[in-house]
Design a binder for this molecule. Structure first.
Ligand code: ADP
Ligand code: TZD
Ligand code: MG
Length: 579
C-alpha cells in the first residue's frame, strides 16, 4: 500500500488506507493504466499518487481535451478511458466529452471530484458547488456517487461494467472531496475491491435471427453491406473480412470503419456510394445506425421520391442494442448480439454461398472506375495556391506509405475531402468528428492515439477545427509525442472570403488572413513548418514521420476552395434556401 510501516498483525498497529489509495488500487486491479487528467482541488493528490504508483497520468490544458482523449482511448482499446477532473467548472468542461462518448458508443468514465454533499444539497455556497450527479445523468449511460471509502471498489466496478457492456457509453463517477481523505483499515479496504469479471460479456445471437438474416441476404439481387464504427470497435476484424469475402457482397465503410478492410479492396463501394445506396435491394448494417449520416435510411439518397419516402430496400441490422432496430425504417431482420458472435454465427451457417449477380457487381465496378478516374485527374492538378485536393494527394501518399499511422481528422471541407481522398488500409486507423460532427476532438485524440497505440499520428485539421483544442500542442510537446498536425489553412470556417456587408468587422466565418499556425508549436519546442506547395508539404510530413518530433505544418490553402458546410450543405438552412 505504499506506506513505510510494515503490516503488523496486532490491533495496536492496524495499517490504514484512504480513499485516494483505494481509487488507485481499484483502477489498477482492473487493468487501468492511464488517466487523462487536469489537477486541482480535490484531485491533485490523486494525480500525484497515481503517478507515483506507476499509472501514466497525462495532464492536459483543458478538461474537454482530456475527455475527448479518454473517449477515443476507449474506442481504440475497448477499455474505458478515464478522464479525471476537479469539481463544477472542471466537471462541466469534461461533460462535452462524456456526452460525446455516450453518443458515439465509446466506453469512458468521467471521474470528478465534488464538493461537500451537505452544503451542495442545502445550496449553501461551497467552493465550486454544483449538483454534478444530477447534471451528468441525462448525458451519461450511467452515473454513480460514492460516499464511503468501503464503496469505492463497488463504484469503480459498476462504472466499468456500465461503460463497457452492451452498447458502450460514457459513465459519470462522482467522488466528493471528503471521500478521498477517509481512512479505513487497509486489509478491510483491500477486501472491498472488485476485479470485474468479463466486463463486456459476449452476446450470442438467437439462431432463428441469424437464419432470418441469411435467408433475406440470400434472396437479394443487389445486396450491400454497410460497416459502421461499431464494427471497428468490436475488433472482429478477421471475421468481418471473412464474411465479406466469402459472400462477395460489396460494402461501404462509414467514416471510422474505413480501413477495416483496405479501402482499395475490390469489393469496397465507397467510390460508387451515390449509386449503390439507391440501387441496393437488401442492405446489411453491421455496427452502423441509420441516423443522419445515412439519411435515416430513406429519402432521395436511398432512391425515395421525396425526403421521407422509403427507397424500397429491406434491411438486416447487426447490433448489440436490442432497441436500435426500427428506429428510422423497418428492419426486416434484426440480429441482436455482439458483432464477433453474430458474424461468426453467420459464417458458420453460410453453406454453399452464391456470389451476388454479376450485373450488380459489374455496374458498381464501372461506376467506381469512372469516379476514380475523375478524382485522379483532379488530384493530379497542381494549382497555385494549393487547394484541398493537391494537399490531400500528399496526405494520401503518406498514409499509403505508413499504413500503421493513425489519422485524426476534423473540420468541414478539411474533413469531407480527407475522408473521400485518403484511403485507409488497416482497422481503427481513422478517428474523427463522429456522430455529432463535433469540432474540438483533434488534439485530445492525437495525445490518446499516440499514447495507447504507440504509432505515429497524422492530424488533418481545418483551421477553425484546430482552434478548439490548439493549446494542447504544448501537451504534445511536453510528452514528446510523434504527432504531425497539418492545419488546412483557408483563412476561416468553410472559406476565407466572406465579408461583413456593413464593412465594420470581419465576417463571422473569417479569421486573421495568412495566419501562421506553425509558430504556435515553436513556442513549446516543437517543429513548425509553413507549406505553400504540395512539395513543401510532402517534405515536411516525411521529415515529421522520420524524426517523430511533434510537428505542426501550416498548409496554405486557397481561401476560395471550400464550400459552405463541406458536404452537408443540405442540412444548412441558409445554404438550402439559397439553392
Ligand atoms: P457509424 O457512425 O459508423 O455509422 P454508429 O455509431 O452510428 O456508427 O453505430 C455504431 C453501432 O454499433 C451502435 O448502434 C452500437 O450499438 C453498435 N455496437 C457497438 N459495439 C458493438 C459490438 N461490440 N457489437 C455489436 N454492436 C456494437
Ligand atoms: N462547434 C462545434 C463544437 N462543433 C461544430 N461542428 C461547429 C461548432 C460548427 N462547425 C462545423 O460543423 S464545421 C466548423 C464549425 C465551426 C469549422 C469548419 O471550418 P474549418 O474547415 O476551418 O475547420 P474548412 O476546411 O475551412 O471547411
Ligand atoms: Mg478552414
Amino acid at each position: 500500500m505504499g506506506t513505510a510501516e510494515p503490516h503488523v498483525a496486532s490491533s495496536a498497529a492496524t495499517q490504514l488506507t484512504d480513499g485516494f489509495q483505494l481509487v488507485i488500487d481499484a483502477l489498477k486491479l482492473n487493468g487501468i493504466d492511464i488517466l487523462f487528467a487536469l489537477p486541482g482541488i480535490p484531485i491533485t493528490d490523486l494525480t500525484r499518487r497515481a503517478q507515483a504508483e506507476g499509472l501514466r497520468v497525462l495532464s492536459f490544458r483543458h478538461e474537454q481535451n482530456a475527455g475527448y482523449a479518454a473517449s477515443i482511448a476507449g474506442f481504440l482499446t475497448q477499455k474505458p478511458g478515464i478522464c479525471l477532473t476537479v469539481s463544477a467548472p472542471g466537471f462541466l468542461n469534461g461533460m462535452n466529452a462524456l456526452a460525446h462518448a455516450t453518443t458515439n458508443c465509446f466506453p469512458m468514465i468521467l471521474i470528478s471530484g465534488s464538493s461537500e454533499r451537505e452544503i451542495v444539497d442545502l445550496q449553501q455556497g461551497d467552493y465550486e458547488e454544483l449538483d454534478q450527479l444530477a447534471i451528468a445523468k441525462p448525458l451519461a449511460k450511467a452515473a454513480y456517487r460514492v460516499l464511503h471509502a468501503e464503496d469505492i471498489g463497488i463504484g469503480i466496478a459498476r462504472a466499468i461494467r456500465a461503460a463497457c457492456s452492451g452498447r458502450p457509453g460514457g459513465v459519470y463517477l462522482d467522488l466528493p472531496a471528503k471521500l478521498f481523505a477517509q481512512a479505513i483499515d487497509a486489509e478491510a479496504g483491500k477486501r472491498t475491491l472488485i476485479k470485474v469479471v468479463d466486463p463486456a460479456p459476449k452476446q450470442i445471437p438467437a439462431p432463428e435471427a441469424v437464419k432470418r438474416a441469411l435467408d433475406l441476404l440470400r434472396s437479394a439481387k443487389k445486396p450491400l453491406i454497410i460497416l459502421g464504427k461499431g464494427a471497428a470497435y468490436a475488433q472482429a476484424d478477421a471475421e468481418i473480412k471473412n464474411l465479406i469475402e466469402k459472400t462477395g457482397i460489396p460494402y461501404l465503410p462509414m467514416s471510422m470503419a474505413k480501413g477495416l478492410l483496405p479501402d482499395t479492396h475490390e469489393q469496397c463501394a465507397s467510390a460508387a456510394r451515390s449509386f449503390v445506396l439507391p440501387a441496393a435491394d437488401v442492405v446489411m448494417l453491421i455496427g452502423a445506425r441509420l441516423n443522419w449520416l445515412l439519411s435515416h435510411g430513406k429519402g432521395k439518397t436511398w432512391g425515395g421520391k421525396s425526403a421521407k419516402d422509403w427507397g424500397g430496400q429491406r434491411f438486416i441490422q447487426i447490433d448489440i442494442s436490442p432497441q436500435e432496430a426500427d428506429s428510422n425504417v423497418r428492419i426486416d431482420a434484426p440480429v441482436v448480439g455482439d458483432i464477433g458472435s453474430c458474424v461468426s454465427a453467420m459464417l458458420a451457417s453460410l453453406g454453399g454461398w452464391q456470389k451476388p449477380p454479376a450485373d450488380w457487381l459489374n455496374a458498381i465496378s464501372e461506376k467506381k472506375k469512372a469516379n476514380v478516374a475523375k478524382m485522379a485527374e483532379t488530384l493530379a492538378k497542381n494549382p497555385t495556391p494549393m487547394n484541398f485536393h493537391s494537399a490531400l494527394a500528399v496526405v494520401r501518399d503518406l498514409i499509403k506509405a505508413n499504413p500503421d499511422a493513425i489519422l485524426v481528422n476534423e473540420g468541414a471541407n478539411a474533413l469531407d475531402f480527407t475522408r473521400s481522398i485518403v484511403d485507409m488500409y488497416k482497422p481503427r486507423k481513422r478517428i474523427d468528428v463522429g456522430t455529432w460532427g463535433i469540432m474540438g476532438v483533434g488534439m485530445g485524440y492525437c495525445v490518446a492515439a499516440a499514447v495507447v497505440t504507440k504509432q505515429p499520428v497524422i492530424a488533418v485539421e481545418g483551421d477553425s477545427a484546430f482552434g478548439f483544442s490548439g493549446m494542447e500542442v504544448e501537451t504534445l510537446c511536453r510528452y514528446n509525442l510523434p504527432v504531425c498536425i497539418v492545419v488546412m489553412n483557408n483563412n476561416g470556417v468553410y472559406k476565407g472570403t466572406d465579408q461583413d456587408p456593413t464593412g465594420r468587422d470581419p465576417a463571422p466565418t473569417v479569421f486573421v488572413k495568412g495566419a501562421r499556425y506553425d509558430k504556435i508549436i515553436e513556442a513549446f519546442g516543437g517543429v513548425g513548418v509553413n507549406a505553400t506547395t504540395p512539395a513543401e508539404l510532402r517534405k515536411a510530413m516525411e521529415e515529421a514521420l522520420r524524426s517523430k518530433k511533434p510537428t505542426l505544418i501550416n498548409a496554405v490553402i486557397d481561401e476560395t476552395a471550400g464550400t459552405e458546410s463541406g458536404r452537408i450543405t443540405s442540412l444548412n438552412p441558409s445554404a438550402a434556401k439559397k439553392k
